[in-house]
Unconditional design. Structure first.
Length: 222
């Protein structure tokens, strides 16, 4: 959808006298246009001519129409039926992705799934991050395609040198006619391990027999 297609229709004079066409021809029905009339309006017996029809759909649907040509000397040219279907890609992405947490300095990989819910090939022209700093970096760069009914991915990494919660906006540009640019909110966190000791202020073993082993609870939590 959105890209004009052209087809040439051949007219054959199956009679025993010259057919004299009388342009202009006309189109009934939306989406179809006459690109060029026959170069020669006089077609001898068993001769042929051609007319070029363009099809430019404006939506994802089936189109029908008819071509009406005229001829001189009361010769009736039958209506020629026209049909075509508009197709287009549809880009679908999640509105947000939470990568979770990673240790400070570690690399946390992530991805955003791109689904083509349309009936034509989706062409992704570019992807980019908008962020403060450079903690999110793209692994997927350049243009790529996603076939109808299939899923692709934009891969990236997150790393931080300090404990923090970070956000970025992933922008995807494509040839989706209804929504050429879509954005995904990305969140990730980095932190350090924590340890706590849970016990009394004093470890009291109580009364223990000489030579025996006393046991007192000591809980360590991360």
């Amino acid at each position: 959808m959105g890209t004009p297609e052209q087809l040439s229709y051949t007219i054959t004079n199956s009679g025993d006298d010259t057919l004299f066409l009388s342009p202009p021809s006309s189109i009934l029905g939306a989406g179809f246009t006459i690109v060029s009339e026959p170069a020669n309006t006089s077609i001898p017996p068993n001769g042929t001519g051609s007319i070029v029809i363009g099809f430019l759909p404006t939506s994802r649907q089936a189109f029908t129409g008819s071509l009406q040509m005229k001829a001189q000397y009361n010769v009736t040219v039958p209506l020629i039926s026209l049909s075509g279907t508009g197709i287009a890609p549809i880009l679908a992405v999640p509105s947000q992705v939470d990568l979770g947490a990673a240790l400070v300095g570690a690399v946390l990989p992530g991805s955003v799934q791109i689904t083509n819910n349309g009936d034509d090939t989706l062409h992704v022209s570019s992807v980019s991050f908008t962020q403060q700093g450079t903690k999110f970096t793209l692994s997927t760069t350049g243009a790529f395609t996603v076939l109808p009914g299939t899923t692709g991915a934009v891969n990236f990494n997150y790393t931080s040198s300090t404990e923090s919660t970070d956000n970025a906006l992933l922008t995807i540009n494509s040839d989706d006619l209804n929504s050429a640019t879509k954005s995904v909110s990305i969140t990730a966190r980095s932190g350090l391990p924590r340890m706590s000791v849970t016990t009394k202020d004093t470890i009291n073993f109580g009364s223990v027999r000489i030579g025996a082993t006393g046991i007192a609870p000591l809980t360590i939590k991360k």
